[in-house]
Design a protein around this ligand. Structure first.
Ligand code: F6R
Length: 612
């Protein structure tokens, strides 16, 4: 939800900022802007993508060794040049970029209007520019102090960077609720929404905490204070992230690269944790909370989107293997519905980005009621990783494609290990089975590799169905979340309407939609409900629907009924989601490419949803 970057140092700022914006573009891509300090604050902005901004600045003065830039996902005000960031104060002496939402902006705006300030945009951000300027003018304080006072008037979430013409070597950055990382080079500093634009220059980073304001000045040490004016010592950490991990590496799209990375990302998520020879699962990050987990009377999983689907798989896993009741909650609902929480409840918050605003709020709510909150996050050092009591990183590596793929399978792998670990310790599955399950889990990455060889066959199916308007995805048991996830993948990147449904529920409504045009994707692997799913397939065929079935290798029965079969290797029931999801990712990908959709940056979406 908006990407921000700033730079001060000996280099020309423009190339650093533009490259940084490209790396952050997954966060929002409806407009972009840049501000360069070169005696004056030179601002250039436009509707569209970062590449449009590059065209827009052709022939302009883009010199300067200090600057900031922004790529936007619109909240207040439609995406256009005027609403694009940075926003100027009235006299153009100050400029602000912002990621988040100022909730009391309307009140602040009318107060400022009454004091004679003229607003040119519809954004909440412009309020900040005028407010900070107003404080500077009347209180005669330093820029950072004016920012601090202004933020005390603000309700909402923000990551902001402020530049002032009168402070040509200074960047003031602050955050609350939206992420912000500072990169510390030898004689230069970077500020960004995440570390991806920074790691090319330095591994030394400071993750800013909520309500902190950093003063970043050329050739001077960084100073951090809180909005309540307490001094903080900056804590510099080493960031482990390679440049190749955030580049396309020969693939046409990040999404395809990330689908293909899954054998590797799954191995990484299990490395050092799944110790098959010793018959042990070792989840170091939550070791301290192991006993609590074993004794838990209830586990609540909270997440959004694809991570919520992983949570649903988690529910089946933990209830089936570890026999602990589980509820799965959309974070956005959970946080507002006054949920009943007990101190011995364990909450598991799942998030790829670790920045999803609703999930963060759900965590804070659970903590305020005394519950223990464990996280499953992909982004190291992210807000959710830091807000939870303990957690397990997924180690999927940076996920840049907006549609989540490898993060989902890594989340499910972690949940599988958690469920098995509890089950092993509680004795809810016999030792012999436990050992077999570990061996089978270890074999999953190889099975995913095998599924990836089906890419051409899946592409042929995509060619046949690329022009449909609607589709249904059906699954039962462990495969129901797979159906939901398959449908979400298709709709978000190809804009084809897709619904995931429990296969048996179809006859309670959606069956009315089925005709000869309607593709129905059925996950029909050989597990507990196999025979029932076959009946559901017959019901679709009786109404001339088209069946694309994901089946277990060697299946004859479904093959005789389905229009297309995608065969996946045999595995334990509870491990099927880890492999059955992969062909559905490929199917969505190819359909979207064939429809000329922007696969990595689908319309209206952003990778990191830092607004509620
Ligand atoms: C779908 C997708 C989104 C995210 C959701 C939660 O492909 O990526 O539905 O899963 O926005 O994001 P995280 O996991 O970062 O909390």
């Amino acid at each position: 939800m908006c990407g921000i970057i700033a730079y001060v140092g000996p280099r020309q700022a423009y190339p650093v900022l533009i490259k940084g914006l490209h790396r952050l573009e997954y966060r929002g891509y409806d407009s972009a802007g840049i501000c360069l300090m070169n005696k004056n604050l030179n601002i250039y902005k436009c509707k569209g993508k970062v590449s449009d901004l590059e065209k827009h600045v052709k022939g302009e003065d883009i010199g300067g060794t200090l600057g900031m830039a922004h790529t936007r996902w619109a909240t207040h005000g439609e995406p256009n040049e005027v609403n694009a960031h940075p926003h100027f104060s009235q006299d153009k002496s100050l400029a602000v970029i912002h990621n988040g939402i100022i909730e009391n902006y309307a009140t602040l705006r009318s107060e400022l209007k009454n004091r004679g300030y003229k607003f040119v945009s519809d954004t909440d951000t412009e309020v900040l520019a005028h407010l900070i300027y107003d404080i500077l003018k009347h209180e005669k304080v330093k820029l950072e102090e004016a920012v601090r006072i202004a933020l005390n008037h603000v309700i909402g979430a923000y990551a902001i960077v402020v530049l002032s013409k009168d402070n040509p070597d200074k960047i003031v950055a602050a955050r609350k609720g939206s992420p912000m990382v500072i990169g510390v080079g030898e004689d230069e500093y970077f500020v960004a929404s995440d570390a991806t634009p920074i790691i090319e220059y330095t591994n030394n980073v400071i993750f800013m905490n909520d309500e902190e304001i950093a003063v970043i000045e050329r050739d001077r040490p960084i100073q951090i204070r809180t909005v309540r004016n307490q001094k903080k010592t900056p804590y510099v950490q080493k960031m482990e992230m390679s440049l190749t991990a955030i580049e396309k590496g020969g693939f046409d799209h990040f999404m395809l690269k990330e689908i293909y990375e899954q054998p590797r990302s799954l191995r990484d998520s299990m490395r050092g944790r799944l110790l098959v020879n010793q018959g042990v699962i070792n989840l170091g990050g939550i070791k301290e909370y192991e006993q609590k987990l074993l004794n838990a009377k209830r586990i609540i999983i909270t997440a959004c989107g694809t991570s919520w689907h992983a949570g649903l798989v988690g529910e089946y896993l933990i209830e089936d293997l570890a026999r602990i009741p589980v509820e799965v909650e959309y974070s956005s609902e959970f946080r507002y519905r006054n949920p009943i929480l007990y101190e011995d409840d364990i909450i598991i918050a799942i998030s790829q980005s670790g920045e999803t605003a609703d999930t963060l709020a759900a965590i804070e709510l659970a903590k305020s009621k005394g519950a223990t909150v464990l996280g499953i996050c992909n982004v190291v050092g992210s807000s959710i990783a830091r807000a939870t009591h303990a957690g397990v990183y997924t180690h999927a590596g940076p996920e840049i494609g907006v549609a989540s793929t490898k993060a989902f399978t890594a989340q499910v792998a972690i949940l599988t290990m958690m469920a098995l670990k509890i089950a092993g310790s509680k004795g809810t599955i016999p030792r012999s089975k436990f050992q077999r399950y570990l061996t089978e889990l270890e074999a999953i990455p190889d099975k995913v590799e095998k599924i990836l060889t089906l890419d051409d066959q899946i592409k042929e199916i995509a060619e046949i169905y690329k022009d449909v308007k609607n589709s249904i995805y059906l699954g039962r048991g462990y495969n129901l979340p797979v159906a939901y996830e398959g449908a979400l993948k298709l709709k978000e990147i190809s804009y084809i309407h897709a619904e995931g449904y429990p296969a048996a529920e179809m006859k309670h409504g959606p069956i009315a939609l089925i005709d000869e045009q309607m593709p129905v994707v059925v996950i029909a692997t050989k597990n507990g409900t196999y025979d029932k799913v076959i009946s559901n397939i017959m019901e679709v065929k009786a109404r001339h629907g088209k069946i694309i079935a994901v089946v277990t290798e060697g299946d004859e029965q479904v093959r005789a009924l389905a229009d297309h079969c995608i065969e996946i290797p045999e595995t334990e029931d509870f491990l099927v989601p880890l492999i059955a999801t992969v062909p559905l990712q490929l199917l969505s990908y190819h359909i979207a490419v064939m429809r000329h959709c922007n696969v990595d940056q689908p319309r209206n979406l952003a990778k990191s949803v830092t607004v509620e």
